[in-house]
Design a protein around this ligand. Structure first.
Ligand code: ZN
Length: 131
C-alpha cells in the first residue's frame, strides 16, 4: 500500500481531497510496482484529477494525458507494456462521492480507496513486449 504520507502530499499538490486524485495515486503505485526497468512512457486516457495522483506516485512528471474517455493508464518499461484500467464499480463509487452528505462519509470513501486491495479497484493487463 502507498504510505499515508503520500496522500497528504497529494492533497497539498492537488489542492483538495477527491476520489479521482486518490485513485490516481493507486494507479501510479500499481504501475510503479510492475516496472522491471526504467519507465519509458506513460499516458492516461482521461482528463481528470487522477493525473496529479499518477504523476506523484509514479514520480513521472512527463505523464501524457489524452482525452479518450477511458480511465486507463498505459505505460511501458524497456521490455514490457501494461494497461491499468479502473473497474466500473470503482468509478461508480467515485461518482457517488459528491452525493455524500457528511465529511465523515466522504473521508471513509477516500480511506477505502487508499487501502483497498488493488484487484478490487482496477484491472491490470500486460499488453505486449517492446521490441
Ligand atoms: Zn480533484
Amino acid at each position: 500500500m502507498p504510505a499515508p504520507q503520500l496522500f497528504v502530499e497529494l492533497a497539498e499538490r492537488h489542492g483538495h481531497y477527491c476520489p479521482m486524485s486518490t485513485l490516481g495515486v493507486r494507479l501510479g503505485w500499481a504501475a510503479l510496482r510492475r516496472l522491471e526497468s526504467e519507465l519509458q512512457g506513460a499516458t492516461y486516457f482521461m482528463q481528470t484529477c487522477a493525473r496529479d495522483g499518477i504523476r506523484l506516485s509514479l514520480n513521472f512528471e512527463e505523464l501524457q494525458v489524452e482525452e479518450q474517455g477511458r480511465h486507463l493508464l498505459h505505460f511501458a518499461d524497456r521490455s514490457t507494456q501494461w494497461e491499468i484500467e479502473l473497474l466500473p464499480k470503482t468509478l461508480e463509487l467515485a461518482a457517488s462521492y459528491r452525493l455524500l452528505d457528511s465529511d465523515t462519509e466522504r473521508d471513509s470513501l477516500l480511506e477505502g480507496f487508499r487501502s483497498a486491495e488493488e484487484s478490487t479497484l482496477m484491472k491490470i493487463i500486460q499488453t505486449g513486449s517492446v521490441l
